[in-house]
Design a protein around this ligand. Structure first.
Ligand code: ZN
Length: 471
């Protein structure tokens, strides 16, 4: 039973496999991350066009954070945070495509030091080997054929092949699987596209519609309402849901193989995403990274650990992706480093019921390294043009730079106005002033990374183009 396993210390890495009796080792740890997965497109949390039963199972049978948020709307920064428990301003992979520095200690390194076998299967070019996300992994499956998305089946197959090739799992595993499919463009299997939008009567599903209509991604991203009818926006949202449903099926397949291999008998599973997706709110259509409204920041977060986390546990309040790594370490019985930005919610998960973590401050920034020229709301290039947001006490304050050192401000009461429709800056000047001062304090103390080169190699640009990042 997992409870008994947690009660004993993890043996140091120096122990050989033979010395580690089954009862003395830690649980297997499975981390499943789905790129670009908005919280409200997971049917555990809301009512998307297609349900996600495989994802939902982790929350129904285990514990879930009601509201989990990403620090940035980009893969590099937020996956770096999931892996380290550090905010991107501290772990240093603060722009798309940058390296996760060797000085940080990742989950894989912690588990490897504790005697685990560490393996990853990933599908995003920004997580490719050599960028630091592979540190601590003894096996890092990252076939470039998966970098364009539509790769959930190939990714699952590779993970399954590895699992089925093993004779036994006496040594505990730390297994990370990262799916990419919900990322733009939305190219779900046709049967799921039809299921998601059965009343679509045009001859062509808009799976390839930028090419069909002759539109660039920037036309859609910032000016979708000029180019798309409401019905086309709805259709595209449904294609996004169909992409997610395709990954859900693959996660179900992976879980059944993990179960058949006996791995789930003593396993902790963490399920989450690196960031969400704009699906039209605030005139931001089918992208992430530039605008940092809630659709881009809210992600699912679930922990499944039978025997340790009571069925149906909920954690209220705000949980950040910074909290994921310390929670995983804590649940697995490893010590949690004291100097992380996140904090473990394991005690709340173990208690069951609905628990509230202590109030936290969420710090969110837009990407500075890849910003489209046509972005109408990032008029200042580079880091000076980055949006900042602070989340605290139910409020979210945004600082949006303008030319000449000016900036726009927005303030939202997220409990009453989760869609961020009513700007309260004029109505609540004291709240705005307090949060503005907090942003400015953090701006002054950030590390200087001004020498970071832009993403301009031909290979970078082609890879980014294929994912709709550049036109
Ligand atoms: Zn991502």
């Amino acid at each position: 039973m997992a409870v008994a396993i947690l009660a004993v210390a993890i043996l140091p890495a120096a122990c050989s496999r033979g010395e580690r009796a089954a009862v003395e080792r830690g649980p297997h740890v499975v981390l499943i991350t789905v790129d670009t997965l908005r919280r409200d497109y997971v049917s555990f949390y809301a009512d998307p066009p297609l349900p996600t039963p495989a994802f939902d199972r982790f929350g129904h049978e285990g514990g879930a954070a009601d509201l989990a948020v990403a620090p940035y709307g980009r893969t590099t920064q937020s996956v770096g945070t999931i892996m380290t428990g550090l905010h991107p301003l501290r772990h240093g992979a603060e722009g798309l495509g940058l390296n996760l520095p060797a000085e940080v200690t990742t989950l894989a390194e912690h588990f490897r030091a504790a005697g685990y076998r560490t393996l990853a299967f990933v599908s995003n070019r920004n997580l490719r080997p050599g960028l630091g996300f592979d540190q601590g992994f003894e096996h890092y499956g990252s076939d470039p054929s998966r970098y364009r998305g539509n790769s959930a089946d190939a990714l699952t197959r590779e993970a399954i092949e590895w699992i089925e090739a093993q004779e036994a799992f006496e040594t505990p595993l730390f297994l990370w699987v990262h799916y990419l499919d919900p990322h733009w463009g939305y190219l779900p299997p046709m049967e799921l596209a039809r299921l998601a939008d059965p009343n679509w009567t045009r001859p062509v599903y808009l799976r390839d519609w930028p090419k069909i209509e002759g539109l660039e991604k920037s036309d859609i991203l910032y000016f979708g309402d000029r180019h798309l009818t409401d019905r086309e926006v709805d259709h595209t949202q449904r294609l996004y849901s169909a992409e997610i449903a395709a990954v859900d099926q693959e996660v179900g397949r992976l879980v059944s193989v993990l179960d058949a291999a006996g791995i789930l008998r003593e396993a902790l599973v963490c399920f989450t995403s690196d960031h969400g997706e704009g699906t039209g709110e605030h005139d931001y259509y089918f992208g992430h990274g530039e605008y940092i409204y809630e659709g881009v920041l809210r992600v699912p977060l679930m922990f499944w650990f039978p025997g340790s986390i009571p069925v149906g546990t909920r954690v209220g309040g705000v949980v950040r992706l910074e909290d994921v790594a310390p929670t995983i370490l804590d649940l697995a019985g490893l010590s949690v480093p004291a100097d992380l930005d996140g904090q473990s919610i394991a005690p709340l998960l173990r208690e069951g019921g609905m628990q509230e973590p202590p109030p936290v401050t969420g710090v969110h920034l837009s990407d500075f390294r890849l910003v489209r020229q046509r972005n109408p709301r990032q008029t200042v290039p580079g880091r000076a043009g980055q949006w900042w947001a602070i989340r605290r006490d139910g409020y979210k304050y945004l600082r949006i730079p303008l030319r000449g050192g000016e900036f726009e401000e927005e303030l939202y009461d997220l409990e009453r106005d989760p869609d961020e429709l009513v700007n309260l800056v004029a109505e609540r000047p004291q709240v705005a002033a307090r949060l503005r001062a907090e942003v400015e304090r953090r701006m002054r103390t950030r590390r200087d990374l001004s020498d970071e080169p832009p993403l301009t190699t031909a290979e970078d640009l082609e890879a980014l183009r294929s994912l709709g990042y550049v036109d």
